[in-house]
Design a protein. Structure first.
Length: 288
């Protein structure tokens, strides 16, 4: 759906007002304490590496089928055709499996970096992407501390791909596909504060089984995905050097000194892109 002339100039006005009055439109905190986010607790001690979550994710999002296990030879990252991966790590306690996907931060850096609000932190917790608002700047990719948003470089109509925690399923009362079908109950979906309590309960009751840390409780301001593990998280390839405050907090002072051109030009480009999209649709209808 194309943006109209009035909406385009409104967008420019919002961008200008942001600079004029210091209203940090995209960097304002999203994860307030009175907001009840939902999330998923991943228990690495329970995961058997069946990779069923990869296949469930593929089916739920109409993505290509994952590679068979006998063709996987290295630690993998998510990409534009795969929203989640399960990797195997050799640790001090033997093989441990780890699922990786978008972390759904409480205060996402990708949302703060998005000039058009194509990246959005929903009230339920998942971070989603709206292709109708995206202008293709890919700032979300640069800003993510976990390198999760991926761009379809080889597509004629490229999208940003990443886990959205099956937001369409959540809106109908279902749980994310990966958590719903996990045969070993390694994935638990629920309210974030309840998941944190459950994670600490497991660690307290079985201190010999779990490493004493809930990954995602405080990292980068807190995340929707939480992890408990039998070994320290650096053994699982997890970034353990992240700050505990949110990354958008780092941009607050910077926004006051940004030259107008850096905010207004992206808005202008979005307006041109949307107008071009609308003209293209109109031309297609005329050709029909």
């Amino acid at each position: 759906m194309g943006i109209n002339r009035r909406g385009f100039f409104k967008l420019l006005g919002v961008a200008g007002a942001t600079l004029a009055i210091g209203n940090e439109t995209n960097a304002s905190p999203q994860g307030k304490s009175d907001v009840e986010f939902y999330g998923i607790l991943y228990d690495a001690s329970r995961c058997k590496g069946c990779r069923g979550c990869e296949y469930d994710c593929e089916e739920a999002h109409n993505l290509p089928e994952p590679l068979p296990s006998n063709k996987i030879a290295a630690i993998r990252k998510t990409n534009e055709t795969c929203n989640t991966v399960v990797n195997t790590y050799n640790t001090t306690k033997g093989k441990v499996f780890v699922k990786r996907q978008c972390m759904h931060c409480n205060e996402p850096a990708c949302v703060a970096a998005c000039l058009t609000k194509a990246m959005h932190k929903t009230k339920m917790g998942p971070v989603t992407w709206d292709g109708n608002k995206c202008m293709g700047c890919r700032y979300c990719m640069v800003s993510c501390p976990w390198d999760m948003p991926k761009f379809e470089y080889h597509s004629a109509n490229p999208k940003i791909q990443k886990c959205d925690m099956c937001f369409s399923r959540l809106k109908t009362g279902d749980s994310p596909a990966c958590a719903f079908n996990c045969p070993n109950e390694a994935l638990l979906y629920g309210k974030r504060r309840d998941l944190i309590k459950e994670a600490h309960r497991r660690i307290f009751e079985k201190p010999d089984l779990y490493f004493d840390h809930v990954y995602g409780e405080h990292e980068a301001g807190g995340t929707g995905w939480l992890y408990v593990s039998p070994v320290p998280f650096e053994q699982l390839g997890m970034n353990t050097s992240l700050q505990q405050s949110s990354y958008p907090a780092l941009t607050k002072g910077f926004l006051y000194s940004v030259p107008s051109v850096f905010v207004l030009v992206p808005a202008l480009l979005l307006g041109i892109q949307q107008a071009t999209k609308k003209d293209s649709l109109n031309n297609d209808k005329e050709d029909e």
